[in-house]
Design a protein around this ligand. Structure first.
Ligand SMILES: Nc1ncnc2c1ncn2[C@@H]1O[C@H](COP(=O)(O)OP(=O)(O)OP(=O)(O)O)[C@@H](O)[C@H]1O
Ligand SMILES: [Mg+2]
Length: 233
């Protein structure tokens, strides 16, 4: 059995007279510790499936096995615990708390997780030790995204889910963030999933899942993923 097994997942949105099918029988598996890239055009259904996997949204049908447990069957209380302890989320626009320092933002997450890592050690891992007393507005976009990654990693999550984490960053900064995510995956054994529009980064993944028009169109496994430093776009 794989670490993550998504099977026959459907998600529909009723919009007045019309039904939007965001996920139309999605199926894929992921092994523990894999670095996975989900690719696909705008509106394909990428965020929908990631939010369902992260317990932020529910599916209409299907099974979402994470470490052998079907989270699609969880009630609200169990889902809250799952989101809090097992899932780290990284978003395009960082979503930091503006009136807390970098370190306090990370502490906020670590405080709610019983298996949290040492906050200073995680800040060091993301290269932010000397900026930890800064507020988000005093940090660059790349630094804010590092705080967001530290906040997610500090929980020591089963899954690190990243929705367009480089979408708001320039080329070089985006590359640094991808390297940080790939390194974190390799060093800590965290299972990392990254959504992107940018197909050029697919060689760095262990597994590439292409979603288009609400369905998985292909799944590719790279036996020898390319280090991000060697990728250009
Ligand atoms: N809350 C919602 N209500 C209605 N429709 C929605 C909702 N969320 C998503 N959709 C629709 O579901 C489809 C899939 O959306 P989703 O956000 O998963 O796409 P995406 O692949 O992440 O796109 P993007 O790359 O632009 O972020 C789209 O047609 C979208 O308009
Ligand atoms: Mg999206």
């Amino acid at each position: 059995m794989s670490y993550v097994e998504i099977s026959n997942v459907y998600k529909r949105y009723e919009m007045g007279e019309t039904t939007i099918v965001a996920n139309n029988d999605i199926n894929f598996s992921i092994d523990k510790g894999e670095f996975v890239v989900i690719l696909g055009p705008s509106g394909a259904g990428k965020s929908t499936v990631l939010n369902i996997l992260g317990g932020m949204d529910s599916c209409d049908e299907g099974n979402i096995l994470v470490d052998g447990v079907d989270i699609a069957k969880f009630n609200e209380r169990k889902l809250t615990t799952y989101r809090r302890i097992d899932v780290g989320f990284v978003f395009q626009f960082y979503n930091l708390v503006p009136n807390l320092t970098a370190k306090e933002n990370v502490e906020l997450a670590s405080q709610v997780s019983p298996k949290a890592l040492d906050v200073d050690a995680v800040l060091e891992q993301v290269g932010l030790v000397n900026r930890k007393s800064n507020f988000p507005a005093q940090l660059s976009g790349g630094e804010q995204q590092r705080v967001a990654i530290a906040r997610a990693l500090a929980k020591n999550p089963k899954l690190l889910l990243c929705d367009e984490p480089t979408g708001a960053l320039d080329y070089e900064t985006g590359k640094q963030i991808l390297k940080l995510l790939q390194d974190s995956c390799r060093k800590t054994g965290t299972t990392v999933i990254v959504i992107t529009h940018n197909s050029a980064i697919s060689p760095m993944a262990d597994r590439v899942i292409r979603i288009n028009d609400a369905k998985v169109r292909s799944i590719e496994v790279n036996e020898n993923p390319t280090p991000v430093e060697k990728i250009e776009w």
